[in-house]
Design a protein around this ligand. Sequence first.
Ligand code: EPZ
Length: 417
Amino acid sequence: MKVLEISGGRTLEGTIRISGSKNSSVALIPAAILADSEVTICNVPEITDTDALAEILDYLGAKVKRASESIVIDPTTIINKEIPEEMSKKLRASYYFMAVLLAKFGHVEMYFPGGCSIGARPIDQTLKGFEALGAVVKEEENRYIIDAKNLVGAHVYLDMPSVGATINTMLVAVKAKGETVIENAAKEPEIVNVATFLNNMGAKITGAGTSEIRIRGVETLEGCYTEVIPDRIETGTYIIAGALVGKELKIDNIIPEHVEMLILKMKEMGVQVEVGPDYVTVSKTDSLKPVRIKTQGYPGFATDLQQPVTVLLTQCEGESILEETVYENRFKNVPYLNEMGSNIEIVGKKIKVHGKTDLKGTQVEATDLRAGACLVLAGLLAEGTTTITNIGPVLRGYEHIVEKLTEIGAKIEIKEV
Ligand code: EPZ
């Protein structure tokens, strides 16, 4: 079994360069199918999620050329066949293929998507969007069979600002006849990244990044070039690392406004953070003040940074309160942090973090992607050695995490045990 072994307490200094966004890439890669000629997507991170999606594209018959930081996709030879369950189960984002195959061929059969065990993660809003555009959705055991003789633009009212449903509805609406309006759309930067890609192909989307998105359907979409935005969750994770054990640590190639809420909260704690046009410099700061954090959709505090920031809360003098409003089961990291010496209580949708506590290395498990990130951060801070098992989820979301951390002074390695 592969584990991550970290010797804690070392100072991190120098520069860490942020990669392309996982959550953008996993939507952009399936979206390439909509084009009628070759597309190039740059700044694609080399993580197992993007590998899994490239494998699905290849299975469907697209020509895929993977370079180190980009992917060239010729979708002209795609055939509409069912994606095997073992492929689509690997990640939640496989359901973006449902949208693009429906838009392109008017029919799709697909297994329920996979994803981290942080909650039920229903996709009812995605199906609501498809149905609003004229699709007929049937469930058969654990797969969907979706038909749309013709897709017609409609007014789609999302019951909550779902990122996936916003993107999925957009992916289908670009090929529907007439105009589609998505109300209560999610505003995450990844949605803007996808809309820009589609508009580069010739789509007519306005309002991405706001709660009302308008899409005028078009007949054809041409191949083009697009770039993945920097990963704001990787950015936030390494900014937190700097606040824990950094010395003038520079997190480079970022869009600071995408992590604005994290930076504001860290300033409230008393962390020394310097914000540049495309970087942040941060140092370990003693005597941090406790804060209250509530996760929300963008531009609120990102739920994906909830588990990583918990490590920083254990270093604040006093009681911090963190409320998770997006997922119902995203505190699986807490028992492991408590085993390392933190003092955290789970009270319903909230955790109460009593700091400041010293952390000691021990064996822990990455129960999901961002819980794993939290435990890596805890290992960097803790005295002694921290061994993290089940590291697959961590490698899904953080490109070259061992190399990047080693380069700035961490002692971290993947071991076979
Ligand atoms: C995206 O997931 C991200 N994943 C998640 O990041 C992120 O946590 C989430 O957005 C919120 O920001 C990708 O982009 C691949 P949602 P998604 O649809 O699209 C409810 C990570 O760590 N909901 O906004 O699945 C349900 O409670 C991952 O990188 C419904 O009830 O998020 C769900 O948990 C984790 N019905 C919550 O909203 C629906 O149809 C958020 O869902 C859809 C959502």
